[in-house]
Design a binder for this molecule. Structure first.
Ligand code: MTE
Length: 305
C-alpha cells in the first residue's frame, strides 16, 4: 500500500447531525426495502453495535477511496467505478458448505435481516472515518448456506473484469483481490456484509453491490465487490500479505502498539477535518476491544499484524 498522506485531501464538509437524523428518518435503511421500492419509512432504531461518533459526510466517504481495481489514486474509484456493471451480479459460494452454488445477488441476500450500523473505519495508512453502513451480519449469510464442520476459514474474492476495471490492466496487485477471516471472526456479530451507505445502495467506489466490513481490522481486510465466498479448512491467501508479507499479515487487527514498518500506527487522521486536522490516538482493535479481544486470547498480539 502506498500511502499518499494529505496531498489529495480537500477541505470537506461534514454532515450536520440534524441532516443526518432527518435522512435516517426518511430512509428505509434496509437495502431490501430500497430494492423493492417500498416507501413508508419507519425511524430506524440505532443498532446496539453502532458507535455514537458522528458519521463522515457522504462526500468524504465516496471521494477518498482505496479500490486498486480502478487505480491507485484516492479519487480514481469515484472517477472510474461508474462504468462497472453490477446488474446482474452473481456470487459463487463453494467449499465446505451445505448449499454451494452460484447465487444471484438478490437471491443470496433474500431474507437476511438488514440494519444500519455506524462503524469506525481505520485504514492501515493511518486515516480514519465513521461510516453509516447498511447490511447484514456475515454470520446470517453463512448460516443460510450452511457451514460444514471441517470449515475453519472464509475466503473472499473480488470481481476480475479488466474491461471495466482499468487498474486490472496493470499488474498493480495479483488479481483477484483476495481476503479471508478465521471462521470465528467471520461469525462475530460485528462482521458485516454492507450493501448500502447512508440508507442508499452502496456506491460503486465503495464496493457495490456487496463488500465486507470488519471494523476492528485495518480497512484492507474489508474486501469490495465480492464474487466468491469459500469455506475452507486452510488459512487463505490474502492480497496484501501476498504483495508484502513483511508489512501485512493475515490478522491485521488495528493495534496502536504495533507500528507498520514504515510509519507509526499510534495515531490516525480523521477524514473530513481539512488539511490541518488533528491526529487522534488510535484505539486497540479500533475501539472494539471489549467485543473482540476474546477472539485472540492466548495469542501474541504483537504478531497478529
Ligand atoms: N477491495 C478491493 N477489491 N480492492 C481494493 O483495492 N482496498 C481496501 C479495501 N477493500 C480494496 C478493497 C482498502 S486498502 C481500504 S482502506 C478499503 O477498501 C477502503 O474502503 P473505502 O474506499 O470504502 O473507504
Amino acid at each position: 500500500m502506498r500511502p499518499r498522506f494529505d496531498t489529495e485531501l480537500k477541505e470537506c464538509d461534514v454532515t450536520p447531525e440534524a441532516d443526518f437524523i432527518n435522512r435516517r428518518r426518511l430512509m428505509a435503511g434496509a437495502a431490501g426495502l430500497l430494492a423493492s421500492g417500498l416507501i413508508g419509512t419507519p425511524l430506524l432504531a440505532r443498532s446496539r453495535y453502532s458507535t455514537t461518533a458522528k458519521p463522515n459526510s457522504l462526500k468524504d466517504i465516496t471521494t477518498y477511496n482505496n479500490f486498486y481495481e480502478f487505480g491507485t489514486g484516492k479519487s480514481d474509484p469515484a472517477r472510474y467505478a461508474g462504468a462497472l456493471t453490477i446488474k446482474p451480479w452473481s456470487i459463487k459460494v463453494d467449499g465446505l458448505v451445505d448449499k454451494p452454488g452460484t447465487y444471484g445477488f438478490e437471491d443470496l441476500i433474500a431474507g437476511l435481516p438488514t440494519e444500519e450500523r455506524i462503524y469506525r473505519f481505520r485504514c492501515v495508512e493511518a486515516w480514519s472515518m465513521v461510516v453509516p453502513w447498511t447490511g447484514f451480519q456475515l454470520s446470517d449469510l453463512l448460516k443460510k448456506v450452511g457451514v460444514q464442520s471441517g470449515a475453519r476459514f472464509v475466503a473472499f474474492e473480488t470481481l476480475v473484469r479488466p474491461s471495466e476495471m482499468p487498474g486490472q490492466n496493470r499488474a498493480l496487485l495479483d488479481w483477484p483481490y483476495r481476503e479471508g477471516l478465521r471462521l470465528d471472526e467471520a461469525m462475530h456479530p460485528l462482521t458485516m456484509i454492507a450493501t448500502g451507505l447512508y440508507g442508499k445502495p452502496l456506491p460503486k467506489q465503495n464496493g457495490a453491490p456487496l463488500r465486507l466490513v470488519v471494523p476492528w481490522k485495518y480497512g484492507f481486510k474489508s474486501i469490495k465487490s465480492i464474487v466468491r465466498i469459500s469455506l475452507t479448512d486452510r488459512m487463505p491467501q490474502t492480497t496484501w500479505n501476498m504483495q508484502n508479507p513483511r508489512e501485512y499479515g493475515f490478522y491485521s487487527n488495528v493495534n496502536p502498539t504495533v507500528d507498520h514498518p514504515r510509519w507509526s500506527q499510534a495515531s490516525e487522521r480523521p477524514l473530513g477535518g481539512g488539511l490541518f486536522s488533528k491526529r487522534v490516538p488510535t484505539r486497540m482493535f479500533n475501539g472494539y476491544e471489549k467485543e473482540v479481544a476474546g477472539l485472540y486470547k492466548g495469542m501474541n498480539l504483537k504478531k497478529l499484524f
